[in-house]
Structures are given as C-alpha cells and as structure tokens.
Design a protein around this ligand. Sequence first.
Ligand code: HEC
Ligand code: HEC
Length: 265
Amino acid sequence: MLLLVCCLSLAGSSATNPAHAQVALGWQLLADRRLALRGDLACLDCHQPTRGYTDGRSVATEDGLNTPTLHALAGRSSFGWFTPDVRSLEAFVLRPLDNPREMGPLSDLPLERLRNDPAMQRAYAAAYPNTPAITWQATAQALAAAIRNLPTPPRAPLSPAAQRGQALFVELGCAGCHQGATLSSEAHLYTGVSANPQPARVPALVALANTGPYFHDGSAATLTDVVRFYQRGGNAGTAGVSRGITPLLLTEAEVEDLVAFLMSR
Ligand code: HEC
Ligand code: HEC
C-alpha cells in the first residue's frame, strides 16, 4: 500500500521533475515483461516485492545463483555475488537483460516494443527531456534509479532475544565482515559455502525474514541453518576459507538469540 502511494505521487510529479520521472519509469520497467527478449519475464518475477525482492528459490537459473534482494544497494560500489569488477548499478542491471538464461540476450526487439507504445514514449520523454530516445542506456539508468529509491524495509523494535543476538553478532566477529547500517561490505571472501573457493561479496543483512533461502547457492534453507553453518566453522574440509570463519562455541539459547536478531533485520 505504502509502495503504491509513493509511486503514484512520484508519477504525479514526473512532468516537472526528470529525476522523479526516472524513478517512476524505472518502477514501470521493473514490472514490464516486454523487456525480456521473449517478452515473458520481468525483473520483479525474480525480485518479488512480497519476498523482500527475492524469489524463494534456492537458485534462479542454471547459473546456480540465489536471487539477492534489491534492498540496500544505494550505497554499494559492487554488485552481484561474484562480480567485483561491476562497479555501478547501471552496469549491473544490464546483466540480467543480456543473460540468455534470464531476460536476454540484449537486442533491439524489446526496445522496439517500448518505442511502439505511446505511454512509454511519454514516460521516457518525461525522464529524459533532453535525450528522449528509448535506449538500453536510458533503460538501465531508470532501473537503477528505481532500485536506489526502494523504500527501506520496516524494522520492528528489537525483542530482548534479538538484543542479545545483536551483542553476540558483534562479540563473535560477524560484524568484522557485516558492517554499517546494512551489515554488509564491499569485501569478497570465501567462507566455504560451496566447494568452489571463489570469493563471494558480503551481502547486506536486510529483510532477512522474507529472503530465504540464503547464501549464493541457496544452500541454507533457514536462518537457523545459516547460524549452524557459522557455528561449525563453515563446511568441513574446505581449503582456503577466510580466517574470520572458525568454529564457534554457542549454546542453543545463543543460537536462538542470533536467529532472533537476524529475523529482526
Ligand atoms: C531469472 C531471475 C532473475 C531476473 C528475471 C532478474 N534477476 Fe536480478 N538477480 C538474479 C540473480 C540470480 C542474481 C545474482 C546474480 C549474480 O550475482 O551475478 C541477481 C542480481 C541482481 C542484482 C544485484 C543485487 C546485489 O545484491 O548486488 C540487481 C541489482 C538485479 N539483480 C537487478 C535486476 C533487474 C533490474 C532485473 C530486470 C532487468 C533483474 N534483476 C532480473 C535473478 C534475476
Ligand atoms: C569472514 C567474513 C564473514 C564473517 C566473519 C561472517 N560473514 Fe556472514 N557472510 C559473509 C559472506 C562472504 C557471505 C556470502 C557467502 C556466500 O553466499 O557464499 C555471508 C552470508 C551471510 C548470510 C546470508 C545472507 C543472504 O542473504 O544470503 C547471513 C545471514 C550471514 N552471513 C550472517 C552472519 C553471521 C550471523 C555471522 C557471525 C556468526 C557472520 N555472518 C559472519 C561473510 C562473513
């Protein structure tokens, strides 16, 4: 409901403010299946608002990657699980559009569909009064603007258990990697989640109650599974794991407190 109010009011002011018009256009595009080459898939089919902008699946495609949330990206400088080289949101959003296992590959066909739609011509013209052409560049810019302006998910006040969990999160060294308001960082580290020792980006811990399964391969079904993973010091037998990952001595009550804290995020 809140979302609707925000976007209607943005759309309403779009005639006078190109920045707002870009966000409003981006919102429309996130939901628009015409952007896919086959016209059958929208960003929000995988990044579902009711699931914290994820899809509830372990992995989305044969690429074997779990769909991350679109929350908490405004302050980031790296995107995706394994793509530290992609340094802007505008560049990243072209990847699903180009990936043949997602919405791609990129071609002129989706743009032609939009160009033939008078409502889209008006929306692009409002967002880009000086260069109103319907291009992939303008499309990526609008998508990025909408994602940066996603409302922050509401957070309940911390229960006593969640407060104890928060203190543990710091004591146990979780905060060494998960930092700041979004409990993330730009670091890429191998924590032993999968046997492939490829460093993954430290994800933001936001909207976690809605975004399971967890980890880049969706291998943790629940937040309890995540905490168990850290409790046993990652998966046994994996070499090259970051020094921050070692077995933790935790009581069952402490496991529950940590889960309560993660659930509150
Ligand atoms: C088939 C499901 C699917 C579709 C459709 C899809 N995504 Fe994603 N999205 C994913 C997966 C899986 C990843 C992780 C990819 C990676 O790490 O390389 C991802 C990652 C992202 C990220 C990076 C998030 C982060 O935490 O760094 C952004 C931004 C994003 N997608 C935006 C979009 C946009 C915009 C669209 C539409 C143009 C879109 N996605 C369409 C599944 C999807
Ligand atoms: C050495 C750095 C490091 C430490 C210490 C660390 N994490 Fe992580 N965390 C990561 C990385 C990297 C990932 C992504 C791993 C992957 O998917 O391959 C991650 C993933 C997660 C996720 C899954 C998020 C999602 O959306 O899939 C949760 C939850 C989490 N960590 C909580 C914790 C807790 C709780 C602790 C402390 C017990 C902790 N982390 C300690 C680096 C760290």
